[in-house]
Design a protein around this ligand. Structure first.
Ligand SMILES: CC(=O)SCCNC(=O)CCNC(=O)[C@H](O)C(C)(C)COP(=O)(O)OP(=O)(O)OC[C@H]1O[C@@H](n2cnc3c(N)ncnc32)[C@H](O)[C@@H]1OP(=O)(O)O
Ligand SMILES: O=CC(=O)O
Ligand SMILES: [Mg+2]
Length: 346
């Protein structure tokens, strides 16, 4: 581990100072697009208006013979397409792949000032983040960038999950983490071919009670990993996200999976298809009734201390903090979305 006094020192001469706080904006969905597709590039301005974050994907789902076209398309998007204030991220190829070095060198050199976050797949431990951290610093210095590019890790190997806390704390560049349920299932030898979501076989059975049918409840395969990821991220001051939900037509299943992650502390999820943007927006924006109640708690306890009763429910210092989380998120989203501002009365 680095000397704590040098934790915030740049890793290359001339590289920008690392950030003390990770920038906070609406992050309800990271919308994936294929930058090798002209059709997708033409749609980017519209997508930028509806998505909180846009991500040009270079890794899985982009075939080997389109890797270079995808990288070039993303450079073009960063240089020529007006995305307003919507952050532009990329997912680079895996660190062991033949493409990742050119991904990082090209993107930082050509559009480093436009790129907010680099998502790194299949992160196994702090050593993977250290590699990207130093390389980014060298490239930023050479490109004369004034703002550091942040790193987002995908939690999608068994070893990555085992090392989740050290990954979260590996660098001041760490912006957050996403659950990658497809690769993680393969890495763990889980017997599912689905991309995220539940599985009808993963359930608990109620006790027998005479001849009555035994109740049976489906469980969430991802609960354990999401819990570990949320704690690791919150403890490190960075942001946890649910990843992909691959059954594109099952918007109800998608909503349920996203909602579970939202309630557990995730700030957003990936959208792979335009239909999932609306789902993420709905789920990761707090309910107006919850916001109204949270506002009442903050108003009733202006100093955030002591014990009070509101609608028959005990409120104290801890519930004040819960309410503050809710109202802060509502204010953040209301600043971008006039409909939510009205719904929240802000
Ligand atoms: C496990 C992981 O690593 S997940 C991350 C990697 N995977 C991805 O990034 C996949 C991204 N998504 C996609 O490629 C596509 O959405 C697919 C292949 C899943 C489905 O695509 P389609 O079969 O074309 O879906 P569908 O016919 O419903 O599309 C409707 C329209 O939305 C467009 N569209 C689909 N996905 C996207 C997207 N991500 N962004 C913008 N537009 C999109 C289609 O081009 C189509 O446009 P059109 O009506 O003008 O022809
Ligand atoms: O990259 C995402 C995954 O689920 O794998
Ligand atoms: Mg993956």
């Amino acid at each position: 581990m680095r000397n704590p006094r040098s934790h915030f020192a740049p890793l290359a001469i001339g590289a920008p100072e690392p950030l003390r706080e990770i920038p906070v904006g609406p992050m309800r969905m990271i919308h994936f697009f294929d930058p090798s597709s002209e059709k997708m590039l033409a749609r980017l301005p519209d997508m930028a208006a509806s998505a909180d974050i846009l991500l040009g994907n270079l890794e899985d789902a982009i075939p080997a013979d389109r890797k270079e076209a995808a990288r070039a398309g993303l450079v073009r998007a960063g240089r020529e397409i007006d995305l307003g204030s919507t952050p532009l991220w990329t997912r680079v190829n895996a660190l062991e792949s033949p493409w990742v070095l050119d991904d990082l060198v090209t993107l930082v050199t050509e559009i480093g000032s436009r790129l907010d976050v680099v998502m790194v797949p299949k992160v196994e431990g702090a050593w993977d983040i250290h590699y990207v951290d130093r390389l980014l610093a060298q490239l930023e210095a050479r490109a004369g960038l004034s703002r550091p590019i942040l790193i987002h890790a995908i939690l999608e190997t068994a070893q990555g999950v085992a090392n989740v806390e050290e990954i979260a704390n590996a660098s001041p560049r760490m912006q957050g983490m996403s659950l990658g349920p497809a690769d993680l299932a393969a890495s763990r030898r889980m017997k599912t071919t689905r991309v995220g979501g539940g599985h009808p076989g993963y359930r608990v059975l109620g006790d027998p009670a005479g001849d009555a049918a035994r109740p049976s409840y489906q469980q969430d395969l991802w609960h354990y990993t999401i819990g570990r990821m949320v704690d690791a991220c919150a403890a490190a001051g960075i942001f946890p996200f649910y990843g992909p939900f691959g059954d594109i037509k099952d918007l109800e299943g998608c909503e349920a999976q996203f909602r579970g992650a939202y309630l557990m502390g995730c700030v957003g999820a990936w959208s792979l298809h335009p239909g999932q943007i609306a789902v993420a927006k709905k789920v990761f924006s707090p309910e107006p009734s919850e916001v109204a109640f949270a506002k009442r708690v903050l108003e009733a306890i202006p100093d955030g201390a002591g014990v009070h009763m509101i609608d028959g429910k005990m409120q104290d210092d801890a519930t004040w903090k819960q309410s503050k989380v809710m109202v802060d998120l509502a204010e953040l989203l209301a600043a971008k979305d006039p409909e939510l501002a009205e719904a929240y009365g802000m």
